[in-house]
Design a protein. Structure first.
Length: 75
């Protein structure tokens, strides 16, 4: 048996994915636990990335986009 873990960002995608799994006859469990625990290293990296952005050292992504991703992980 193989286990597949999928992190769904858009809740509207869940019913579609469930329909696909049902059609394939696959069993699955939905874990709606939205709590995510960041390690100390991840937190330090996020703080450094934020400060680099504020200092103008990086322009890869807008901080608001990153902040929204983090909020989704916690909410």
């Amino acid at each position: 048996m193989t286990t597949l873990t999928v992190n769904i960002q858009n809740e509207k995608d869940l019913p579609v994915l469930q329909e696909i799994l049902d059609r394939f006859g696959l069993t699955y469990a939905v874990d709606t636990n939205k709590e995510y625990v960041f390690s100390e290293a991840e937190i330090e990296s996020l703080v450094k990335t934020k400060q680099d952005f504020i200092d103008g050292k990086t322009t890869a992504r807008d901080w608001n986009d990153i902040d929204e991703d983090l909020n989704r992980a916690y909410n």
